[in-house]
Design a protein around this ligand. Structure first.
Ligand code: TXA
Ligand code: MG
Length: 350
């Protein structure tokens, strides 16, 4: 594995070209996007796609997102494109929004996990865009973590998880948003939200009107596997139990009850954390939930490294980017939500 440090805003073209050569020859390159790091391979090469699955130890039926750098490339990977979809793409890309569309047969089934649909996005990150352009092919890239770990927001996370499985890591520092892109299925009408992300439901409603938000996004439970293949897999399993508190107002009391009998790390906003004793992981500010999104996955990794029995996390409002934060927190906790002080006592006693 080679690690190349690149300037995230003005990437050095010689470094990008070195990485692009690896993509062209069927190898794997980890690179920053505005959301999280991706593990990229040539999306049109079935062997490269297989390598991606193997490196991540990801089940072969959980498809990859195809990354493109301009709208002409959309026609190379998707089929039956309507003028509405093209106009919508023009408005929102580059950006943290992934479309599920009909697959162009040029994209092998290895990339789409056997599906006749394909997930596509144009990332808003200079390193990602330059890499795709210089590679001259669309790049299939899931998040560059092991299937059992949180998505990487720093190159160090990629190196920890994937090590020698990657040929080149483009280290462009910390990613901007910190949670993965919003995914919407555009093959159905009205469109269905498959994963909340930095491109908010409120923005989507303004642009395309009604979208369906399946209850699984907030309540958990099984998705129709054919429509949302990734959703049947637990996002990842933190080594430590993570509990989410249902109401902000209960957080400190729940923490206190748990700490009477357990070693508990508090995951909380700087405002709430202020008078909370260690161990604690500060997530960001209540006044700007984008700061919480940015630190979230790093915080889950920190929790695993602390000498504690469990973590307990403060909840955030499920609006705007808060919907994505809570969706990831619920998945990370396996939907273990503490709803009352009595429940906290029970957990502490077990
Ligand atoms: O922000 C992101 O989207 C990052 C960066 C690297 O771009 N990528 C990412 O990829 O999060 P990944 O593989 O970790 O998540 C892709 C999700 C999976 O849940 C997968 O099931 C879903 O997209 N997906 C891919 N193709 C699909 C399809 N044809 N239909 C429905 N869901 C699909
Ligand atoms: Mg992922």
């Amino acid at each position: 594995m080679i690690v190349l440090k690149v300037d995230p805003l003005n990437p050095e073209i010689n470094l990008i070209r070195r990485a692009a050569e690896v993509i062209k020859s069927g190898g794997l390159v980890a690179f920053p996007t505005e959301t999280v790091y991706g593990l990229g391979g040539n999306a049109l090469n079935p062997r490269a796609a297989e390598k991606v699955f193997k490196a991540k130890r990801r089940p072969m039926d959980n498809p990859l997102i195809v990354h493109i750098a301009d709208l002409n490339q959309l026609e190379e990977v998707a089929a039956n494109l309507s003028s509405e979809v093209m106009e919508f793409a023009q408005k929102v890309w580059p950006g943290p929004l992934t479309f599920v569309l009909k697959r162009n047969p040029k994209v092998p089934l290895e990339t789409t996990g056997g599906l006749e649909t394909v997930a596509v996005r144009m990332p808003a990150h200079p390193v990602a865009l330059q890499l795709i352009r210089e590679s001259e092919v669309p790049i299939a890239a899931p998040s560059a973590n092991l299937a059992t770990r949180p998505s990487p927001t720093l190159a160090e996370h990629v190196i920890q998880d994937l090590g020698e499985e990657v040929d080149v890591v483009l280290d462009g520092g910390e990613t901007f948003f910190g949670v993965e892109s919003t995914i919407i299925n555009l093959t159905v009408s009205p469109p269905v939200l498959l994963r909340p992300g930095p491109f908010t439901v409120e923005e989507l409603n303004n642009l395309i009107g009604e979208i369906v938000i399946p209850k699984q996004i907030t309540e958990g439970g099984e998705f129709n596997v054919a429509l949302a293949p990734g959703m049947k897999y637990k996002h990842y399993a933190p080594k430590k139990n993570l509990y989410l508190v249902q109401k902000k107002s209960m957080f400190k009391e729940v923490l206190h009850v748990l700490r009477e009998r357990r070693r508990v790390a508090a995951l909380c906003s700087q405002e709430t954390c202020e008078d909370v004793p260690e161990p604690k992981i500060i997530l960001g500010s209540n006044d700007n939930l984008y700061t919480v999104a940015k630190n979230l996955f790093k915080s889950f990794r920190q929790l695993d490294d602390l000498d504690v029995d469990m973590g307990v996390m403060e909840p955030f409002p499920e609006k705007g980017i808060g919907l994505a934060i809570m969706n990831r927190a619920k998945k990370a906790s396996g939907f273990m939500i503490i709803r009352s002080i009595e429940e906290a006592r029970e957990i502490a006693g077990n």
